[in-house]
Design a protein around this ligand. Structure first.
Ligand SMILES: [Zn+2]
Length: 191
């Protein structure tokens, strides 16, 4: 009986976004439980990360989706522009706000290949993004649960649902290959 109740509660929390936020839990959903659209959108974020890599940038890609449509795309351009603000998520959010004609993106989901840093997580809170889906975690500067949790901070005026681990191996693989190559060439790149 206790077991059945536990399964029921787990499924209830898993199925309901509001419950997930209320309980402050991040349900680790296996890749085969993401829907087809999630995988499609993360694949697009991955292809943007590959574009960054081709331009010798740390390979991170992001897209913003609202109403089933992509309204913002971005890939890391920090080195090219010599601008610390030009992370993939910031560029995608900038384009999304322009397309939406609003700084508020309350129905938007942001897909990004790497867990966002504090700046990008802060920008998502400010834009009232409702959901973050990221690929691989960033134990050094992740602000969606790894180092800190700006996306679900109880004292901020907005919190979002966070789901992680979608196409994580591909996202991590891109980053790993990039930094191995840099180390082999003895180039110094900040992660
Ligand atoms: Zn960032």
């Amino acid at each position: 009986m206790v077991f059945v109740t536990l399964i029921f509660c787990y499924n209830l929390i898993k199925e309901c976004d509001c419950m997930k936020i209320f309980f402050g839990v991040e349900i680790k959903i296996m890749a085969d439980q993401f829907n087809k659209d999630d995988i499609l959108f993360m694949r697009e974020a991955l292809s943007l990360a590959e574009r960054a890599q081709q331009l010798d940038e740390v390979p991170v890609g992001a897209i913003v989706v609202s109403g089933g449509q992509v309204i913002g795309r971005g890939f890391n351009q920090r080195e090219m522009a010599q601008n610390a603000l030009l992370h993939a998520e910031m560029i995608a959010l900038d384009e999304a706000c322009k397309n939406a004609g609003s700084w508020r993106l309350p129905d938007a989901t942001l897909y990004v290949t790497l867990e966002p840093c504090p700046m990008c997580a802060g920008a998502m809170v400010l834009a009232r993004v409702s959901k973050l889906v990221y690929g691989t975690a960033d134990p050094k500067s992740g602000a969606a649960g790894s180092v800190m949790d700006i996306c679900r901070h109880e004292k901020l005026n907005h919190r979002m649902l966070v789901i992680s681990g979608l196409l994580a191996e591909e996202s991590a693989g891109l980053l790993k290959n990039f930094f191995v190559k840099k180390r082999n060439n003895k180039e110094i790149v900040d992660e």
